[in-house]
Ligand binder design. Structure first.
Ligand SMILES: *[C@@H]1O[C@H](CO)[C@@H](O)[C@H](O)[C@H]1NC(C)=O
Ligand SMILES: *[C@@H]1O[C@H](CO)[C@@H](O)[C@H](O)[C@H]1NC(C)=O
Ligand SMILES: *[C@@H]1O[C@H](CO)[C@@H](O)[C@H](O)[C@H]1NC(C)=O
Ligand SMILES: *[C@@H]1O[C@H](CO)[C@@H](O)[C@H](O)[C@H]1NC(C)=O
Ligand SMILES: *[C@@H]1O[C@H](CO)[C@@H](O)[C@H](O)[C@H]1NC(C)=O
Ligand SMILES: *[C@@H]1O[C@H](CO)[C@@H](O)[C@H](O)[C@H]1NC(C)=O
Ligand SMILES: *[C@@H]1O[C@H](CO)[C@@H](O)[C@H](O)[C@H]1NC(C)=O
Ligand SMILES: *[C@@H]1O[C@H](CO)[C@@H](O)[C@H](O)[C@H]1NC(C)=O
Ligand SMILES: *[C@@H]1O[C@H](CO)[C@@H](O)[C@H](O)[C@H]1NC(C)=O
Ligand SMILES: *[C@@H]1O[C@H](CO)[C@@H](O)[C@H](O)[C@H]1NC(C)=O
Ligand SMILES: *[C@@H]1O[C@H](CO)[C@@H](O)[C@H](O)[C@H]1NC(C)=O
Ligand SMILES: CC(=O)N[C@H]1CO[C@H](CO)[C@@H](O)[C@@H]1O
Ligand SMILES: [Cu+2]
Length: 600
């Protein structure tokens, strides 16, 4: 340990230092570097976009309070479940090294926390950067159970800021901005509860790809301009899909299109109000960001906790350096806008060198499914408020850049900092077909569809022999596994593939059918589709959109942390519909469950 930090810890022990987190969540930093965090879940009326419904609050707040940590801290996260349903909490992107029982997945790592029950999650923060916690029982993330996690890097971690500027004052300003980095939660909101959505899907047979509002730090609004206005606003791609159909009054592609829902039986008269139709206007207020231009830079950790929306983010007249993704540094990349898939985190440095004034912060759904946006403001905190004119947008209502003068982050140009290369010695290759499964709202990843009922059964960590081979990949510890996702080309959105436990390498992607037995074989035919020299290191990455042609994505991971881990699409209705499977990592070194986590 760094001697200076050790000294501080000794001092802390003498002073019995107690610190308070945001809001009324309490954390205590003790000498053993254990951070304790209590979250009480309640089910209450809340109106983040101005229209009330019951939502999950965390210590009376939405989004939940930020869990602030330092790399190396031990975390004890107590969940007190005071909602009238089962619940669990997952720590998205956290590797859970040697603590597979704290991953928060019912059916895999634990039994659900019953109403009135509690569960203590214990894990060590061995990684730095931006993460978040969220519900992992049924569709509950869409009831609002999520909050940010930030882990301050250890002093030994090299930062990439010298690739932006080398002047000492700039470097100091960027580091200071990072030290004060602020989580910025982006999400979407539905009028219906997650259980109402599931019931509506079962009754109508439809995939509920339609939300009711976008939120920035839990604030948004709903304007209801009408179907004709949405038909007029529709993008060229949306118009092409619509044909002679109309957009819905909530800004969605009509559900009555076989192209949008697949060719399965549907009962349109069973569609519940608000699922696709029934716009209710509301205003839940606007988020305001106040920045200090004398600091030269401000840093935000953009986190998408969205259920269905693919959110593009920009700040008028301000480009930004993306410097970390999914909690790992990259070579900083200057862009005007960034698209954040469900479950991803992008850390950005914004240079505050524009005239004092107020600038619009814009988010828009960039998926073809719906026209949806939310705006906030960013204001220079100076005595003189010079800029009076409206600021100039770099993105439109579809999340597209408005002209070639602006840049949207291009994922394929990203280079990790530092670069790490995966092994070429691959023990297993699995080709996992992603497609509908007998109904528009049912999905599969591989041979079969993960049933929601699995969540209430014996967790696989405890009973690995009960695993269904069609929903399981078993591996030996220390080996390398290739996962090829083959997406059927029937108008499928990008699927954000999230892996629990350690991150994977994104080694290739392309269009067309995957007809190879391994990556090595494919590289003989289509080497340009692979990157094994500077692959991205991610915990969530999207498959390429498959409009008419099939597409594929190749991921490679190292089995290092034995346990039962979920691999799934982070679009919530796709996960509820079965797009996931269990990775039984290290079956030869299966963990022994500590006494306090044993179940009957
Ligand atoms: C968290 O809740 C437990 C049980 O109610 C209590 O004993 C503990 O003091 C609380 N911790 C903090 C930091 O509030
Ligand atoms: C700063 O210096 C380093 C080391 O010489 C160099 O690699 C980097 O490109 C420089 N950065 C800029 C922005 O010029
Ligand atoms: C809309 O288009 C479809 C297919 O192009 C056609 O079958 C249908 O009759 C049309 N409906 C109307 C109301 O024009
Ligand atoms: C379709 O849904 C309606 C309304 O829920 C119901 O009355 C009807 O029986 C359903 N039709 C079929 C064929 O299931
Ligand atoms: C956000 O601003 C854009 C551009 O001014 C506007 O078209 C859109 O309706 C706004 N969104 C909301 C939810 O107010
Ligand atoms: C792009 O920027 C240039 C220079 O600032 C400006 O003259 C031009 O009008 C811009 N083009 C568009 C399409 O906005
Ligand atoms: C993204 O970058 C890659 C590699 O430089 C390039 O081939 C591709 O055309 C770019 N995509 C877009 C949409 O600009
Ligand atoms: C809650 O979890 C328990 C224990 O696994 C299970 O028996 C019960 O069916 C679950 N309740 C619901 C509504 O899923
Ligand atoms: C799917 O089926 C194939 C062929 O039977 C089998 O090799 C594979 O292990 C199964 N499971 C998964 C997850 O792909
Ligand atoms: C699993 O393999 C990793 C990588 O080789 C190693 O670091 C770890 O100690 C192994 N775990 C067990 C429980 O053997
Ligand atoms: C794979 O499929 C593509 C397109 O269908 C074809 O061009 C290619 O030759 C096939 N490759 C192999 C190895 O069969
Ligand atoms: C019950 C049923 O219809 N099952 C089918 C679901 O879809 C898969 C894949 O398309 C078929 O193999 C099953 O027979
Ligand atoms: Cu998906």
């Amino acid at each position: 340990m760094h001697p200076f930090r050790y000294g501080l810890l000794l001092l802390a022990s003498v002073l019995c230092l107690v610190s308070w987190a945001n809001g009324n969540a309490v954390h205590v930093r003790s000498t053993s570097n254990t951070v304790r965090f209590n979250v009480t879940l309640t089910w209450e009326d809340w109106a983040p976009a101005g229209v009330p419904r019951k939502m999950i609050l965390m210590n009376g707040q939405f989004p939940g309070p930020t869990l602030q940590l330092r790399e190396g801290d031990d975390v004890e996260f107590l969940v007190i479940n005071n909602i009238p349903s089962n619940a669990t909490v997952h720590f998205h992107g956290i590797e859970q090294l040697d603590t597979p029982w704290s991953d928060g997945v019912p059916g895999l790592s634990q039994k659900p926390i019953l109403p009135g029950g509690r569960f203590l999650y214990k894990w060590r923060a061995l990684q730095y950067g931006s993460y978040f916690y969220h519900a992992h029982t049924r569709g509950q993330i869409e009831d609002g159970l999520y909050g940010p996690i930030y882990i301050r890097p250890d002093d030994s971690v090299e930062k990439p800021f010298h690739l932006i500027a080398n002047k000492t004052s700039d470097l100091q300003a960027m580091q200071a901005a990072e030290e004060k980095t602020t989580p910025l939660m982006l999400s979407d909101w539905r009028q219906l509860t997650s259980e109402e959505v599931w019931q509506g899907e079962e009754a109508s047979g439809l995939d509920a790809y339609c939300a009711n509002a976008l939120l920035i730090n839990g604030k948004g609004s709903i304007s209801c301009p009408g179907q004709q206005a949405y038909n007029y606003l529709a993008s060229a791609a949306q118009k092409q899909i619509l044909g002679n159909q109309s957009m819905t009054d909530t800004g969605c592609i009509s559900p009555m299109l076989a192209s949008a829902q697949g060719d399965f039986p549907h009962n349109y008269s069973a569609i519940p109000p608000f699922m696709f139709y029934g716009c209710v206007p509301g205003n839940g207020g606007t988020e305001h960001f106040l920045v200090d231009p004398s600091a030269k830079y401000v840093s935000y950790d953009l986190i998408s906790a969205a259920g269905v929306s693919m959110i593009t983010f920009s700040i008028d007249e301000h480009s930004m350096y993306v410097y970390a993704i999914d909690g790992r540094y990259i070579e900083p990349t200057l862009v005007d806008a960034v698209t954040i898939a469900n479950g991803n985190r992008y850390s950005v440095l914004v240079k505050l060198d524009k005239p004092a004034g107020t600038y619009s912060v814009r988010t828009a759904n960039s998926g073809i499914n719906q026209i949806l946006s939310a705006n906030a403001t960013l204001t220079y905190d100076t005595p003189v408020q010079k800029q009076q004119r409206p600021s100039v947008a770099s993105i439109d209502i579809h999340g597209s850049i408005v002209s070639s003068n602006y840049t949207l982050l291009n994922e394929t140009t990203i280079v990790p900092f530092p670069v790490v290369v995966p092994s070429q010695d691959v023990a297993q290759t699995h080709v996992l077909k992603i497609d509908h499964y007998n109904a528009s709202y049912r999905w599969r990843m591989g041979n079969s569809s993960l049933p929601l009922a699995l969540e209430t059964e014996a967790p696989l960590l405890y009973y690995p022999s009960t695993a269904d081979p069609d929903l399981t990949i078993k591996s030996l510890n220390g080996t390398w596994i290739d996962l090829i996702f083959h997406v059927a080309g029937d108008l499928e959105p990008p699927h954000p593939i999230h892996k629990h436990n350690n991150k994977y390498f994104v080694i290739g992607q392309g269009t067309g059918a995957w007809n190879y037995s391994s990556v090595a074989e494919a590289m003989r035919y289509i080497p340009e589709s692979f990157n094994l020299k500077t692959p991205q290191i991610r915990d969530t990455f999207t498959t390429p959109a498959a409009v008419t042609e099939d597409t594929w994505l190749a991921l490679r991971y190292h089995v290092v942390n034995p346990g039962a881990w979920l691999l799934h699409c982070h679009i919530q209705v796709h996960l509820s519909g079965g797009m996931g499977l269990a990775l039984l990592d290290g079956v030869d070194e299966w963990p022994e469950i500590p006494e306090e986590y044993r179940i009957d």
